[in-house]
Design a protein around this ligand. Structure first.
Ligand code: BES
Ligand code: MN
Ligand code: ZN
Length: 499
């Protein structure tokens, strides 16, 4: 899909479908009023006939003869006026456009006023994310929307090019993460993930190191190796390294210790549960258990576009969790990279094992803060539902920065507590820790476990088990079925703002 900016007054835009947002109670103002005027008052007429009041996600469409736009689509945005409302509007518009077989679409970025850059970005994100479909394996894919022109106030086009490019980059990165999740586990193996990471590194000039299982074992990553042991697919511990380009006059390392932000993603390309095997319904979507790694890899490939000013290490701990004679057993005690020992009390609690070694690796590599993303617990989905990630952290300032980035990105994140009793529950009988305990506070206990391997480095953990993979059609219109790419946009917002 191609994006462009158009500062022609709406009545002059050439396209198959011109979409305008209409807020409740349905009063036609701004561009909607212009379009109503250009089409002989038909928008207002139709709104009355169809009792269209601008309710969120509702639409009306009509032909516009004798204008350069073939059809008009009014999309309700409800009472909210934030960028999120525009993201939804744009997604609804492109989805309707595809149904209507409109290839060239123009989207008004809403009424004139402040924050036009944020609104352009929201419209681009909504349109790009809403248009996404994973149709690689379909024989007769639907015709796509080919181009989206975002209509902006006249004279502002030049100034808004940057906002358009940031939106496009965020869309590209998010859709890559979606693809990685949607690819089945027989295709998106740890080796395939490593290949994707390598090609991103080559394209963007990032460092890339892929640690093979033997080497990981030798380094002491016992937890990662224990999960990987039963798989016939070679595990890969993937590390991408982004350095900001030196800026004229200032060095990124000027003024004291350099910041190194580590992103660590759970990359379990298939989670069978291991010997504590999952039931059929629980296993059905477990190709998506690498959604954290997908978000990390997706974001790493957009850091240059976003001109991120700090060094970023992107870690994707990629392995299957399978069953064989080499599988870890309940009761096994394993030594971690950080030195702490862990009794495996449930082989299905494998995500915290690979992340325990991943965050310990990050601290060894000099990370000054760590953000991990993981489809970690069913418990988090029970607590917060399908569209909200749980945030747990050992550092409140970091947690609050992540929460602010999430709000800007329009990704729902809610903080959960880290009370000492959650860690107490994870203490082992014959080892330092055990990897599972009871059902109470499952998401928080899992986080407390991972926190033990951070060595006190400021750390935030995002449990994305709910929002990473979408299984019902009640989701926001820019969230497709399957992989959602959750986390990419909040990571980009976060990193771009860390001066
Ligand atoms: N990958 C799962 C968590 C999950 C569940 C992700 C549903 C997405 C949707 C994780 O490895 C797991 O199996 N967690 C267990 C932990 C338990 C054994 C302590 C869980 O949540 O039930
Ligand atoms: Mn599991
Ligand atoms: Zn898992």
């Amino acid at each position: 899909m191609r994006f462009g900016l158009e500062d022609a007054a709406p009545p002059r835009v050439q396209c198959d479908l011109l979409a305008v947002p209409v807020a409740e109670p349905g009063t036609l103002v701004g561009v909607a009023a212009d379009v109503d005027g250009a089409t002989g008052g038909r928008l207002g007429q139709l709104a009355r006939i169809e009792a269209f009041t601008g309710k969120q996600d509702t639409t009306i469409a009509y032909f516009a003869p004798d204008t350069p736009f073939a059809r008009v689509l009014a999309v309700g945005t409800g009472t909210a006026t934030d960028p999120e409302a525009l993201r939804r509007y744009a997604a609804v518009a492109v989805r309707r456009a595809r149904e209507m077989r409109a290839a060239r679409v123009a989207l008004s970025a809403g009424p004139n006023g402040a924050d036009v850059a944020e609104r352009v970005r929201a419209v681009v994100e909504g349109a790009g994310l809403g248009a996404y479909r994973f149709d690689r394996y379909r024989s007769g894919p639907e015709a796509p929307v080919e181009s989206v022109a975002v209509i902006v106030p006249s004279g502002t086009r030049e100034a808004l090019g940057g906002a358009l490019r940031l939106g496009e980059s965020a869309v590209r990165a998010t859709c890559l993460a979606r693809d990685l999740v949607n690819e089945p586990a027989n295709v998106m193996t740890p080796a395939a993930l490593a290949d994707v990471a390598r090609s991103i590194a080559e394209r963007d000039g990032l460092g890339c190191r892929v640690i093979e299982l033997d080497e990981a074992r030798q380094m002491g990553m016992g937890l990662f190796a224990a999960v990987a042991a039963a798989s016939d697919q070679p595990a890969k511990f993937i590390v991408l390294d982004y350095e900001p380009k030196a800026r004229t006059g200032t060095s990124p390392r000027a003024g004291g210790a350099a910041r190194v932000v580590a992103l660590a993603g759970k990359g379990v390309t298939f989670d069978s549960g291991g010997l504590d095997i999952k039931g059929a319904s629980g296993m059905a979507t477990m190709k998506g258990d690498m959604g954290g790694a997908a978000a990390v890899i997706g974001a790493m490939g957009a850091l240059r576009d976003h001109d991120v000013p700090v060094r970023v290490l992107g870690i994707a701990a990629a392995t299957e969790n399978m069953i064989s004679g080499h599988a870890m057993r309940p009761g096994d005690v394993i030594r971690s990279l950080a030195g702490k020992t862990v009794e495996i009390t449930n082989t299905d609690a494998e995500g915290r094992l690979v992340l325990g070694d991943a965050v310990a690796f990050a601290t060894r590599e000099g990370a000054t803060e760590i953000i991990d993303l993981a489809t970690l617990t069913g418990s988090c989905v029970i607590a917060l539902g399908d569209y909200t990630a749980g945030l747990m952290a050992n550092n409140q300032a970091l947690a609050e920065r992540v929460l602010r980035a999430a709000v800007l990105a329009g990704e729902q994140v809610w903080q959960l507590p880290m009370y000492p009793e959650f860690l107490d529950a994870m203490r082992g009988e014959i080892s330092d820790l055990k990897n599972s305990a009871g059902r109470q506070a499952g998401a928080e206990r899992a986080a407390a476990f991972i926190g033990e391997f951070t060595g006190g480095t400021p750390w935030a953990h995002l449990d994305i088990a709910g929002p990473s993979f979408c299984e019902d059609r009640g989701a926001p219109p820019y969230m497709p079925m399957g992989g959602t790419g959750f986390g990419v946009r909040l990571l980009l917002r976060y990193l771009a703002s860390q001066g």
